[in-house]
Structure formats: structure tokens, C-alpha cells
Design a protein around this ligand. Structure first.
Ligand code: AMP
Ligand code: FE
Ligand code: FE
Ligand code: ZN
Length: 289
């Protein structure tokens, strides 16, 4: 079946989106609105994977017709590159996850202050206050909040320019030495009973040699999953990632990396067709699947 649909017992169609964001991090929709949209898109299983926070799950009312799987997207770094590790199906009450999230909340706050001071030196007016205004409060600030502020005050034409010139890889506002190392992040997820998934590997722009080194290390740390589809991607990328998944005996995960409506390359539920015949991260999570 196409586009993420799998059939169970020949009757129940299942559609998974295991990577998306809400206002708890840099997404535009409140958790409730996200679940409503997910229902409209016929998603049967969703994981909300906000950056370094599980706040979206606080008092979340789950409407009938959808299964919500605990999720988070932890920031980390490996060989001086920012990488993202998605945690899925963990116990949100576990001390390991709570401590990990708390540690990264503090790291994010300190990082935001550094980013703000560097952007101020580059001439951006009131970057800290501006980012807080964009985030709707002083919580979980990320580079997109700075980018939105820079657009709002006319410092750059759009968010993509903000990343290209100030916030992207190697630019003044790219600070990534603050996160826990990937081995530790994987350990938090596992200690909470969850599955660690390497998110969107194609985004790290690694050479083949470095990608294989990362996958080897990821397995050694206890990582079990690989995101083989992240939003809309070229069939060639999907085929490559399916190959790595098999080669490193990782389980496949997929999702849209949805942040907000109007971005067709990361639209909730509308991701490229995942490869067939891969074992998936959710095998063994539920009865009968
Ligand atoms: P942070 O969590 O502060 O490291 O910011 C990472 C987030 O920034 C990603 O999850 C994306 O939402 C966003 N992002 C990264 N690169 C770009 C880009 N080139 N243009 C727009 N948004 C980006
Ligand atoms: Fe994001
Ligand atoms: Fe990510
Ligand atoms: Zn994401």
C-alpha cells in the first residue's frame, strides 16, 4: 500500500506519522489542533516529536480514532555536526526522560542567550526578546524563533535567508556544543523503555564514509531505528536509506517532520512512500502488529 499505509488483518488500515512538531517547540499548531489535522489526514498512529521537550503531552486529550505514541526529538552532536535522535514509545514519566529533557531545557536557554548575543553583534535588534515573542513565551527557544524575529523586523527577507546567512551550519548563530552526546541521548531513551531512531540522516550532509561510521556507532550506542522517509524526498534517497536500514539491521521509521501548514515538503501525513518489506520500529509495540 502506498504512502505509509499498512494493512493489519486485512481490515484495518494503519497510517503512521512518527515525526512532527507543535507549539511546544518550533511548530505552529497547538497539540490539539495537530491531532485534529492528523484525524483529517487519516493518520492512525502519531508521535509528536518536539525538539527536546515532551510538553505537548501534558494534559493532552486524545480524540477517538487516533493512537498517540510518546515521542521526542533530541538535539545532539557528533563529530562537530548537529544530529537529531528521535525517541519513540518510551514512558513519559520515567526519570531518565524527565532528566534528559530538563538538561536540554537548560542547555537551550543558555544557547539562546549566546545566539542572541551573537545576533545582536551582527546588528539584529532585540534578538532575545524578539525570539521569545515569536515562541509565545520564554520556553524552548530554537533557531527558527530567531529566524522569524529577523523576518518580522525586516533584517532578512525570509527564514531561509536567516538560516543561510546567520543561523545555518557554521554561521554565527549555529551553536551546537551544548547538547548531550548521542550515546547519552540514546541511553536516556532506552532507560525509559523507548526506541531510539536516527532522524533524517540525509540532512547531515555526510560523506558515505562518515554516514557508515555514524550508523555503526549508532548501533553500538543501542540505537534501533532509522528514519527512511522524512517528508517529501527523492526516490533515490529513500532507496539509499532502505539499503542502510537493511545493512545495519535497523528498523524503519517515517514521518513528515511537519512544522506548519503550507510547507508541502513536510506536510502532516503527506510524506513520500516508504519502502515495502522493511521491519518497522513499531513491530512489537502493539498486539497483532
Ligand atoms: P534548533 O532546534 O534551534 O537547532 O533548530 C532546528 C530547526 O530549525 C529544525 O528542526 C528546522 O525546523 C529549522 N531549520 C533548520 N535549518 C533550516 C533552514 N535552512 N531553513 C529553515 N528552517 C530550518
Ligand atoms: Fe524544527
Ligand atoms: Fe530534526
Ligand atoms: Zn523535526
Amino acid at each position: 500500500m502506498g504512502n505509509g499505509l499498512r494493512q493489519i488483518g486485512y481490515t484495518t488500515p494503519m497510517k503512521f506519522d512518527l515525526h512532527c512538531h507543535t507549539t511546544a517547540s518550533d511548530g505552529a499548531l497547538e497539540p490539539r489542533a495537530l491531532l485534529q489535522l492528523a484525524l483529517e489526514r487519516n493518520i492512525s498512529h502519531i508521535a509528536i516529536t518536539d525538539h527536546d521537550t515532551i510538553a505537548a503531552y501534558d494534559q493532552l486529550e486524545v480524540p477517538p480514532g487516533i493512537t498517540v505514541i510518546p515521542g521526542v526529538e533530541f538535539s545532539s552532536q557528533w563529530c562537530r555536526r548537529g544530529i537529531h535522535i528521535v525517541g519513540l514509545n518510551f514512558d513519559p514519566a520515567s526519570a531518565a526522560i524527565r532528566q534528559g529533557v530538563a538538561r536540554h531545557r537548560k542547555a537551550r536557554r543558555e544557547r539562546a542567550e549566546k545566539i542572541a548575543s551573537r545576533l545582536a553583534k551582527a546588528g539584529v535588534p532585540n534578538p532575545f526578546e524578539g525570539a521569545i515573542a515569536q515562541a509565545g513565551g520564554d520556553h524552548n527557544l530554537g533557531r527558527p524563533h530567531f529566524a522569524r524575529h529577523m523576518v518580522a523586523c525586516g533584517f532578512v527577507g525570509d527564514e531561509s535567508e536567516a538560516f543561510k546567512r546567520y543561523l545555518g551550519n557554521g554561521k554565527v548563530g549555529d551553536i551546537r556544543e551544548c547538547w548531550a552526546g548521542p550515546e547519552e541521548v540514546v541511553a536516556w531513551i532506552r532507560a525509559a523503555g523507548g526506541t531510539a531512531v536516527l532522524a533524517h540522516p540525509e540532512k547531515y550532509q555526510l560523506t558515505r564514509t562518515r554516514l557508515t561510521a555514524l550508523l555503526t556507532a549508532f548501533r553500538q550506542w543501542g540505537g534501533e531505528g532509522l528514519e527512511v522517509v522524512s517528508g517529501r524526498q527523492l526516490p533515490r534517497v529513500t532507496a539509499d536509506l532502505a539499503h542502510w536500514c537493511n545493512r545495519y539491521e535497523l528498523r524503519a521509521s517515517w514521518g513528515s517532520d511537519f512544522h506548519r501548514p503550507g510547507q508541502p515538503w513536510s506536510d502532516l501525513g503527506n510524506y513520500s512512500t516508504p519502502p515495502a518489506n522493511l521491519s518497522t520500529v513499531w513491530q512489537g509495540w502493539f498486539e497483532g502488529c
